[in-house]
Ligand binder design. Structure first.
Ligand code: ADP
Ligand code: MG
Length: 644
């Protein structure tokens, strides 16, 4: 300590925070450097700002920069800037006191006993974070408009000392006397050039001032100072950050290759993004957005644990690596950067969730992303198909989850259909192909195109040449159920309820005919129903079949299809099945023969065998499993034998 040194107690509120830092178990201690560099960058910003009214603060060829210097032998590193600096009073007010709401919040939370290590990651912890890696910190600073400098020093206990200091230029120099190298405690060797370079790259790459590392090497022939000899030290400046936040440049000045290059570097993905969206929001909130849709879906896209790779920056400083608050969950595949001038470094997750600005940003960015995908689908359908193949399911989630952008998302949906085996169709194109008298959009769900295509439910639609959408993704059914109509047409499963085909007149006619037949067949239908009561709710005649004798349908629109039912059962390990409706084709030979038998002898046991067989057949035809395969086989064999 120097003679004029004076000791001060930290403000009462500060001590516990310092304690937290000193004894921190938080593993990501590297962030101390981010904090110091960001403070330096702020100080340079402030100098620039003050020099607008006091031009004398800036010299002619004043290079604004942040410097890092390491001394391996002494185990110190130094972070310095030639920014605004601090007066003695400012040092006391800024460094000896907790003024920041974020830090205070951190302390409040820590008091409540939340896990500190988690909290440090969420809150920017500012200057004090240096005590995570250093057991003594010395700060020397000279305000830009002052003649004298001041030295602040502390060991992170309950006091600090202030004294006058010699400092030639304006700005602040912070020297950390590092704790011993201890990788297990997260303390890297911060005197190592590569360690520093890595941390700067990770957190401070886009800070707009150069972060210059003073590289000293021995063994050169001529040192910078011009000394000659074997062991002359070469001192070389290395700028560690690129300072080029692509997103702050006007989009018109960035080339496609630059975007691709940036994407590859930042997200370590050799591929080329399917979508690039670069925007600047201006107005009450200013922020830049640079987003990408990656070329491939990650393995864990549908896991609960998957996290959005959206990085949140405040003026070029990374404040959150995975900011889920800026996009809805269904757009979790989008990667990129949002940089806001208005966010404090120490914003926490909790604060983000409550922040009104953030929710406005969320809304704006979401609409822009959806809109950009819609543009892609219109302007580059081939590329859109690739995006659909990777992320189509998340778009379906969006249809169900995002009311604000629902129409746009619905326009993005693609389905297989009976129209073209090679191509997917949009709902709009489907509607465009509908014959005039068709009133509904028809769909059928099933495991695969092959199964759906051969389903008996389709027969009457094929005959009428009505297009049917084939929904082969398990979530499709939920999606269409959340969508009662599209452009005024109802979406209708042809595996559920009754079907209405043709014009109103035709429908009336068919209905009447069926009712008459049904009345005549009441006895037989009742017998079959009785036999199959455990499995089916009702047995009735239908107009939906042309060549098949029988099929099963859900009793009403909101019942699950067998496809979804199977999925649900798989998930829950069985469970009661819904009883469905068995529909018989009155035009089929089997039906007429059964009816004849029934008329001759209403107690003929062969009718029960037929009931079992038809039920089993209907299950197989739609791709379901037979409920009682052994019984089914026995009946089948005995009927085959008799038929010979
Ligand atoms: P924050 O940056 O969020 O305000 P910090 O704990 O990082 O919190 O810093 C506290 C204050 O100390 C800053 O607001 C600033 O006034 C002052 N300060 C810290 N580092 C510097 C610096 N390099 N130059 C000038 N002032 C600084
Ligand atoms: Mg700070």
């Amino acid at each position: 300590m120097t003679e004029n040194s004076k000791t001060y107690q930290f403000q009462a509120e500060t001590k516990p925070l310092l304690d937290l830092m000193v004894h921190s178990l938080y593993t990501n201690k590297d962030i101390f450097l981010r904090e110091l560099i960001s403070n330096a960058s702020d100080a340079l910003d402030r100098l620039r700002f003050e020099s607008l009214t006091k031009p004398e603060l800036l010299g002619q060829d004043d290079k604004l920069e942040i410097r890092l210097d390491a001394d391996r032998a002494a185990r110190t590193i130094t972070v310095s800037d030639n920014g605004i600096g601090m007066s003695r009073e400012e040092v006391i007010a800024n460094i000896g006191t907790i003024a920041k709401s974020g830090t205070r919040e951190l302390r409040a939370q820590a008091d409540v006993g939340e896990q500190l290590s988690k909290l440090i990651g969420q809150f920017g912890v500012g200057f004090y974070s240096s005590f995570m890696v250093a057991d003594r910190v010395v700060l020397e600073t000279r305000r830009a408009d002052a003649e004298t400098a001041v030295r602040w020093e502390s060991e992170g206990d309950d006091q600090y000392s202030l004294s006058d200091a010699e400092k030639s230029g304006r700005g602040t120099t912070i020297t950390l006397h590092l704790k011993p190298y201890d990788p297990e405690a997260g303390i890297e060797d911060y005197t190592d050039k590569w360690v520093l370079a890595r941390i700067v790259k990770q957190y401070s790459d886009f800070v707009s001032y150069p972060v210059v590392y003073t590289d000293r090497r021995e063994g050169g022939e001529v040192s910078v100072e011009g000394e000659k000899g074997e062991n002359a030290v070469i001192v070389e400046d290395k700028v560690l950050n690129t300072m080029k936040p692509l997103w702050t440049r006007p989009p018109s000045e960035v080339t496609g290759e630059e975007y691709v290059e940036f994407y590859r570097n930042m997200f370590h993905d050799p591929g080329e993004p399917l979508l690039t969206l670069h925007l600047r929001a201006e107005g009450r909130l200013e922020y830049q957005v640079l987003l990408f849709a990656p070329p491939n879906a990650p393995q864990d896209l549908y896991y609960q644990s998957t996290e959005t790779e959206l990085r949140l920056y405040a003026k070029g400083v990374l404040i959150m690596e995975r900011c889920a608050e800026l996009l809805p969950r269904y757009l979790r595949f989008v990667k990129g950067v949002v940089d806001s001038a208005d966010l404090p470094l120490n914003i926490s997750r909790q604060m983000l969730q409550q922040d009104r600005h953030i929710s406005q940003m969320h809304k704006w960015i979401t609409a822009k992303v959806v809109n950009e995908i819609v543009n892609l689908s219109a302007n580059d359908p081939e590329r859109y198909l690739r995006l659909w193949a990777q992320f189509g399911r998340t778009i379906k989630e969006g249809v169900m989850a995002d009311r604000d952008n629902r129409d746009a998302l619905v326009s993005l949906l693609l389905f297989q259909s009976s129209h073209d085996p090679e191509k997917l169709t949009t709902l709009k194109d489907y509607v465009g192909r509908m014959p005039e008298e068709q009133q509904q959009i028809f769909y059928l769900t099933g495991d695969s195109r092959g199964v759906v295509e051969n389903s008996p439910h389709l027969e009457a639609f094929k005959q009428k040449s009505y297009e049917v959408l084939y929904l082969t993704d398990p979530v499709d059914e939920l999606v269409v159920q959340s969508l009662p109509e599209f452009e005024g047409r109802k979406l209708k499963s042809i595996g559920k309820g009754t079907v209405e085909l043709g014009s109103g007149e035709e429908q009336e006619q068919q209905k009447k005919e069926l009712e008459e037949q049904q009345a005549q067949a009441a006895g037989l239908l009742e017998l079959l129903q009785k036999r199959l009561d455990a499995h089916v709710k009702q047995v009735r005649l239908t107009n939906r079949l042309t060549t098949s004798p029988v099929c099963l349908v859900a009793a009403n629109e909101f019942d699950d299809s067998p496809f979804v039912e199977r999925l649900l059962q798989r998930g829950k390990g069985g469970g009661p099945k819904q009883r469905r409706v068995m529909e018989l084709n009155p035009k089929h030979e089997i039906y007429s023969k059964m009816e004849e038998r029934f008329r001759q002898d209403s107690g003929d046991p062969v009718l029960n065998d037929y009931a079992d067989l038809l039920f089993g057949y209907a299950l197989l035809a739609e791709g379901s499993e037979i409920t009682e395969p052994v019984g089914f086989n026995r009946v089948l064999v005995s009927l085959l034998a008799r038929a010979l």
